[in-house]
Design a protein around this ligand. Structure first.
Ligand SMILES: [Mg+2]
Length: 387
């Protein structure tokens, strides 16, 4: 059993939207395939992955460093103890050979993308959905029902409050009961008006979260906290720079409701610093680390160990990114749910065909691997790369 090739291509996932920090008009993603010599059900096992969204394709790093380290490793050194499957932890160690600690940069995105494809292959070789394999490996019961919320409310040209309300109503009509909108891309008075418009629209049918995308300095973050705390928000997300733990800690003095952050922390060491120094509260706050951006599930398991050490439940994790990898981790390891972008980042985000949101939850179908084969628009693009 061995990996015979690793294929990679950069694909556009552009859309004419912006948050408080970036626009997505030139956004790309890396799509990768890990091709094995294993056959299941008369078909070669190929694992697929992509790097979530928001960080651009990582083709250079994958081609120049990580692909070669996988293909040059002695094949037997990448197998599990029983020798009947690939071992994602050993492959991870091979990829990270001769990489210095710290400075996580975007190498974590390249590794996370490959790691997704490796876990997809591993679960397919095992003939199981990844979430069931993870639950089994960790002595848990899988729970195929996963909370999801609708992330939207972006700024884009010509969008008025009516369009924003209609967008949010559309999410409720599709079964969501938590919706999210962007803030910080307009003056505070405009954002307050937008928030009130959405709250008037959703009434008691749903809760609203707001996301500043790391835009605010402490003074602005506090000004928004004072404005936001009069509303019953689901959370106040990523207020300041992702690495400014003192800012995050100071905010908790001004905002007693739930806060969320972590999507731009790319290692278990960064996650640990957030828990050590960020003043995050395990009884109400949420952690949004996205495995695809942060060295993959092998590293995410270390992050979950850090959480445990600091008294946090995995149920406080609701990852960024809206991909099926995090849905599997949620269902298999008991995370609190997953982000979803109902109308964005197609075909990469979203659910397998036929999966519906009901009362803010989806139910994972029993598909081998991550389940990409159940999403017809996505698997078509994936198979063009390697099959
Ligand atoms: Mg966010």
């Amino acid at each position: 059993m061995r990996i015979v090739d690793v294929c990679e291509i950069t694909k556009p996932i552009a859309s004419p939207i912006r948050n408080a920090y970036i626009d997505f008009s030139k956004m790309t993603t890396s799509l990768v395939a890990v091709v094995t010599d294993v056959e299941r059900d008369g078909r070669r096992v190929v694992g697929y992955g992509f790097n979530s969204n928001g960080r651009y394709g990582q083709g250079g790093l994958i081609r120049e460093r990580f692909r070669g380290r996988i293909l040059e490793a002695e094949p037997a050194s990448l197998l599990n103890e029983a020798g009947d499957n690939l071992d994602p932890h050993k492959i991870w160690a091979a990829m990270m050979t001769n990489e210095k600690p710290g400075g996580h940069g975007e190498r974590s995105v390249a590794v996370g993308t490959l790691d997704m494809a490796i876990w997809d292959a591993v679960a397919k070789i095992a003939g199981q959905p990844l979430f069931r394999l993870l639950a089994e490996q960790h002595g848990r019961d899988a729970d195929p029902r996963v909370f999801v919320y609708a992330a939207g409310g972006y700024y884009y040209p010509g969008k008025d409050d009516g369009a924003l309300r209609a967008e949010m109503r559309g999410y409720l009509d599709r079964g969501y009961n938590v919706v999210k909108m962007k803030i910080g891309g307009a003056p505070i008075a405009d954002d307050q008006r937008r928030i009130e418009a959405v709250l008037a629209e959703i009434g008691s049918d749903a809760r609203l979260a707001v996301d500043a995308n790391g835009r605010f300095d402490l003074e602005t973050g506090i000004a928004y906290a004072k404005m936001l705390r009069q509303y019953p928000l689901f959370w106040y997300e990523e207020v300041g720079d992702p690495l400014d733990y003192a800012l995050q800690a100071a905010l908790s003095e001004f905002y007693s409701g739930p806060m969320a952050t972590g999507e731009n922390l790319f290692s278990h060491q960064d996650a640990r610093n957030l828990l050590r120094y960020g003043g995050m509260r395990p009884d109400r706050d949420f952690l949004q680390f996205d495995c695809a951006l942060s060295y993959g599930l092998v590293e995410y398991l270390r992050t979950l160990d850090v959480l445990k050490q600091f008294g946090w439940s995995p149920s406080r994790c609701i990852p960024h990114g809206g991909h099926q990898m995090s849905l599997n981790i949620a269902a298999g390891l008991g995370l609190g749910g997953n982000e979803s972008y109902p109308d964005l980042f197609r075909p990469y985000g979203g659910f397998p065909d036929g999966v519906k949101v009901e009362n803010g939850h989806i139910t994972m179908p029993d598909l081998p691997g991550i389940g990409f084969e159940g999403k017809s628009d996505l698997i078509k693009v994936m198979r063009e790369l390697a099959e």
